[in-house]
Design a protein around this ligand. Structure first.
Ligand code: NAD
Length: 340
């Protein structure tokens, strides 16, 4: 297929681009290259005849429509978004314009060209769980941060375009991703990079918040599976079957660093509890029954093994992440809700 991937220079989008090319698809990567983007993420496929890059802001509807017209994709995997919850607390506006208006533009361009849309979203649209329970595809929407509210709005648009205009749309809602090429501001890279620098490792609140972790290459595989075999008009929840409390994850990473890159003192000594994020969701967990039973898809990477590979990847790719440390806001505590 000829696939148009939005956000293909980001963390998950680049994994989708690499996998799609490896599986024999043609890919047009549409990305405006925000602070979170890195073209090195797709350098392994950049010379492929099957790869094209279009630097473009999805908020520019006319320019996006022209790209769709020029390339005539069979399907779009829509991942471009502002994705960091803490940044959404400090500056929500770009989350609304990119995540909502940008999605509107993607849907309209796809409608004009008659191509299928796989809209990639998050489990955060469902809000926060207590100690038990799982998010299913029919869980009520209850977004609690500017980020998740903007993603929820985009999900509603995607479904409405299917119902109203008969646009072939599938929506996926996925749990937290981790793996190679994740931007340094997210939890797992933050822990690794602070530990390597001998700096305090910040843990929000008590660290009791629970997330369901999925390896990014499993997510990319799931998205291609949904695109190829999923039912149009359907939603699929994608999870890693790996629920872990943040503090346990941080201790796991420190223990693996002790093993792979020993220091004078255990890295766990650097763990520092800091003021919690406002409105911090307590627990997310995915019920993956639909994607497992209907499409036969299951995650392949178990968290201990995946985190170890990820720690090793950051140890082996210092030049990749060192270049990103200079970018705006990296290494600074964001998301206290005190700036405007
Ligand atoms: P990311 O921040 O690493 O990458 C986002 C990419 O989108 C960047 O390359 C950026 O340049 C591009 N982009 C942003 N605004 C744009 C615009 N206006 N026009 C064109 N390109 C633009 O994000 P990610 O973690 O790879 O997430 C990708 C998608 O997956 C997002 O839609 C996110 O909501 C969703 N998601 C992420 C996770 C996760 O754990 N990271 C989990 C579930 C769903």
């Amino acid at each position: 297929m000829k696939l148009l991937v939005t956000g293909g220079a980001g963390f998950i989008g680049s994994a989708v681009v690499r996998l799609a090319i490896a599986r024999g698809h043609e890919v047009v990567n549409v990305d405006c290259l925000t602070y979170a983007a890195c073209l090195d993420n797709v350098s392994s496929v950049a010379d492929s005849a099957a790869y094209r890059f279009e630097q473009m802001d999805i908020r520019d509807g006319a320019a996006l429509a022209a790209v769709f017209k020029r390339h005539q994709p069979d399907a779009v995997l829509h991942l471009a978004a502002e994705s960091h919850v803490d940044r959404s607390i400090d500056g929500p506006e770009t989350f609304l314009t990119t995540n909502i208006l940008g999605t509107f533009n993607v849907l309209e361009a796809a409608r004009t060209q008659g191509c299928t849309v796989l809209h990639v979203s998050t489990d955060e649209v469902f809000g926060s769980l207590g100690a038990t329970g799982l998010f299913t595809e029919t869980s009520p929407y209850d977004p609690r941060s500017p980020y998740s509210a903007s993603k929820a709005a985009s999900d509603h648009l995607a479904r409405a375009w299917h119902t109203t205009y008969d646009l072939p749309v599938i929506v996926t809602n996925c749990s937290n991703n981790y793996g190679p090429y994740q931007f340094p501001e997210k939890l797992i890279p933050t822990v690794i990079l602070n530990a390597l620098a001998g700096r305090p490792i910040p843990v929000y609140g008590t660290g009791a918040n629970v997330r369901d972790w999925l390896h990014v290459e499993d997510h990319a595989d799931a998205l291609l599976c949904v695109l190829e075999t999923g039912q149009i008009g359907q939603s699929y929840n994608i999870g890693g079957e790996n629920e872990v409390a943040n503090i346990d994850l941080v201790r796991m990473i420190c223990g693996q660093l002790d093993d792979l890159h020993p220091s004078d003192a255990p890295y766990g000594d650097l763990i520092t509890f800091v003021e919690d994020r406002p409105g911090h969701d307590m627990r997310y967990a995915i019920d993956p029954t639909r994607i497992r039973d209907d499409l036969g898809w299951r995650p392949s990477v178990q968290i201990t093994q995946g985190v170890r590979q990820t720690v090793q990847w950051y140890l082996d790719h210092r030049s990749w992440w060192e270049a990103l440390l200079e970018r705006d806001g990296v290494g600074v505590r964001l998301g206290r809700g005190t700036t405007r």
